[in-house]
Write a protein of this length. Structure first.
Length: 94
């Protein structure tokens, strides 16, 4: 059985300094509460999907996941499909 988790949610392209603060805050919170730190991201840019405008990506999905695990300390990285279903999902259902 898995532990409860402290999740950081975002696309995290580039995993820049502000992203690292969010991720590390989840790691810190998880450590203080006996939880597993988990990054929840998407398989594509939500902004590009919604607007239909290609957005150049800074990192590949594999690079983002590696940085989030190795440099930010996330135990797991979960990548959700961002599609019509996700876009239209009510917040409570998410």
């Amino acid at each position: 059985m898995r532990k409860p988790c402290a999740a950081a949610l975002g696309f995290f392209d580039g995993v820049h300094a502000a992203h690292m603060r969010v991720l590390r805050a989840a790691v810190s919170y998880a450590a203080a509460h006996g939880m597993e730190p988990v990054a929840v991201t998407f398989d594509r840019s939500p902004k590009a999907f919604v607007t239909g405008v290609d957005t150049p990506l800074i990192c590949t999905a594999q690079e983002r996941a590696r940085i989030m695990r190795e440099e930010a300390g996330m135990a797991r990285v979960v990548s959700l499909p961002f599609d019509e279903t996700m876009r239209d999902m009510p917040a409570r259902a998410f």
